[in-house]
Design a protein around this ligand. Structure first.
Ligand SMILES: C[S@@+](CC[C@H](N)C(=O)[O-])C[C@H]1O[C@@H](n2cnc3c(N)ncnc32)[C@H](O)[C@@H]1O
Length: 281
């Protein structure tokens, strides 16, 4: 088949599941993954006959994608804040929503001369990697993750982005204690309730339950971490959480009960509550 015919056939096929613009974007991603040609190169090679093996590999990926399997797992990597992250089954795909938490920490870090930062529940490592690249005056960045499946991705992403001041710790954030006081703690913990787990989009069902589900209506990690983290922060230190869009008030209340001050709720680009932050007095 000619490359352009393959493109058109694939977009029409995938458009049964999503709008045509998104389908076109995804097909260009998959073509680049298999043939090594980006959108520009594909447009210049419209009449090129496809290598039969590559065409067959591409059509297999298309079928997998049509079953709801995430594009990012098919590609094996995804971008966050302009950096590349290896992803696959067992690790949460970095989301654009998480940029709000990232932005919050990058801004807050300016107030500390040599901040020690911990990111709890690090998954792919999207947050600690960006902190390491962008907070060039950081003393140390610690990334804590419990999942045996996510840990190899975290280690690989720290390594491939050449983040030498990131220390990866395989531990449970609910019991882990840092060896030095911290200036900033961030966390995007699991926060979906049982009910929300029943209503997941098909794509999300392929992601690890351990990254998504939390007891107490999704508030479990916020309750324990609010309690524990105040003992780990320096005076004036920041605790910042990503939250589900309905959880901000409940998380702010937990932080207030634990004595944090200047508590704020920040919205994402869609206008939903997305980050709750507070400072140790
Ligand atoms: C919502 S995901 C966030 C991943 C990453 N921070 C991001 O923003 O893409 C939550 C992560 O917490 C990890 N996790 C769940 N329970 C944990 C625990 N008790 N201790 C440490 N990590 C845990 C999961 O494996 C998952 O990687």
């Amino acid at each position: 088949m000619k490359l352009w015919d393959l493109y058109q056939h694939a977009v029409a096929d995938l458009s049964s599941l999503m709008d045509e613009g998104t389908a076109s974007f995804e097909i260009y991603c998959l073509l680049e993954h298999i043939f090594g040609w980006n959108k520009h190169a594909v447009l210049l090679r419209k009449d090129t006959e496809c290598d039969p093996q590559k065409e067959s590999d591409f059509l297999q990926l298309l079928e997998r994608r049509k079953s709801g399997y995430p594009l990012q797992y098919l590609l094996g990597s995804w971008e966050f804040w302009g950096y590349e992250f290896s992803v696959g089954e067992g690790v949460l795909i970095p989301r654009a929503d998480t940029e709000i938490l990232c932005e919050t920490v990058l801004e807050a870090a300016k107030a500390f001369p040599a901040p020690r930062i911990a990111d709890l529940c690090s998954g792919s490592g999207c947050l600690p990697v960006v902190y390491s690249k962008e907070i060039t005056h950081a003393d140390e960045i610690v990334a804590v993750e419990l999942s045996e499946q996510a840990l190899p991705y975290l280690k690989k992403n720290v390594e491939q982005n050449d983040c030498r001041n990131v220390r990866v710790i395989h531990d449970d954030v609910l019991t882990w204690t840092p060896d030095k006081p911290l200036h900033i703690i961030s966390s995007n913990p699991p926060y979906l309730s049982d009910v929300e787990m029943q209503e997941l989009q098909k794509e999300v069902t392929f992601e690890p339950e351990m990254a998504l589900l939390a007891p107490e209506n999704g508030l479990y990690f916020y309750r324990i971490l609010s309690q524990r983290c105040k003992d780990f922060l320096v005076s004036g230190g920041l605790l910042a959480f990503e939250v589900g869009w309905t959880q901000a008030k409940a998380v702010a209340a937990l932080m207030e009960q634990n004595g944090y001050i200047n508590i704020q709720i920040l919205q994402d680009y869609g206008g939903n509550d997305r980050v709750v932050l507070g400072y140790k007095e």
